[in-house]
Design a protein around this ligand. Structure first.
Ligand SMILES: [Zn+2]
Ligand SMILES: [Zn+2]
Length: 237
């Protein structure tokens, strides 16, 4: 039976219907015995369902998945991109492709979905220490992430998750509250992308690379505030 920690890596593929039969069996055995994980899986399922019904209706997964791949190649409207991005979130197999090649808008749309989902699950609000969190992250996920030591008034780190971990590249999702509102910094290790900005569904993303990693700041703040946050976080790296 997986431990709660191992369960953490399996929960997203399980909820998204991407787990293998063996993984499903493991997860279901664990869920039957572990109420906190059961609660978490239920929260993640309902967040995912909400996103799906709001964002991609009507949803015929297999058909849409095929169309989404075609659409992401054709680079058409934002609406098409958005469906593509939501499906790419579900299917992790093309992850590396997404992280390195797709347009800033697709990357932003995919991360925006994750941002909304992660803040919906558990609703983190309590500040955590960056150093302690880095150590925990390394213990839990087996790779090192360097979080900014940012001194930006009103900005507090409230948690870090490993997201898009099903297959391909893992991303560290640093979750912040800025004056109480959710802001995310995604750290994409070993990915280099050009500096860019993108706006998707009332969220803005600032993308930059540094020392071989890509950083994506995502939030619903004013342009000036986003620039200030990005500068403060980058300075703290
Ligand atoms: Zn558990
Ligand atoms: Zn996340």
């Amino acid at each position: 039976m997986p431990s709660c920690r191992e369960f953490d890596a399996l929960v997203t593929p399980y909820v998204d219907g991407e787990a293998t039969n063996a993984e499903r069996a493991l997860v279901e055995a664990h869920l039957a015995a572990c109420p906190p994980c059961r609660q978490r899986a239920a929260a993640e399922t309902s967040a995912r369902d909400t996103l799906r019904t709001r964002l991609c209706r009507p949803c015929a997964p297999d058909d849409l998945r095929v169309r989404c791949l075609a659409a992401s190649r054709a680079r058409r409207s934002l609406g098409t991109f958005f469906i593509a991005a939501s499906l790419l979130l579900v299917g992790g197999g093309v992850l590396l492709y997404v992280l390195t090649r797709l347009s800033p808008t697709v990357l932003a749309a995919q991360l925006m979905l994750d941002h909304v989902k992660c803040f919906a699950v558990g609703r983190p609000t309590s500040p955590v220490d960056a150093g302690v969190t880095e150590q925990q992250f390394e213990r839990d996920h087996g790779w090192t992430v360097r979080l900014p030591r940012a001194a930006v008034a009103g900005l507090e780190l409230v948690g870090v998750r490993q997201c898009f971990c099903a297959q391909g590249g893992a991303t560290a999702h640093a979750m912040y509250r800025f004056e109480g509102r959710p802001v995310s910094l995604y750290i994409l290790p070993d990915v280099n992308r050009a500096r860019a900005t993108a706006g998707v569904f009332a969220h803005d993303a600032l993308i930059w690379s540094r020392d071989g990693n890509t950083y994506v700041l995502l939030g619903q703040e004013t342009d000036a505030a986003m620039q200030r946050l990005a500068a403060g976080l980058n300075q703290g790296l």
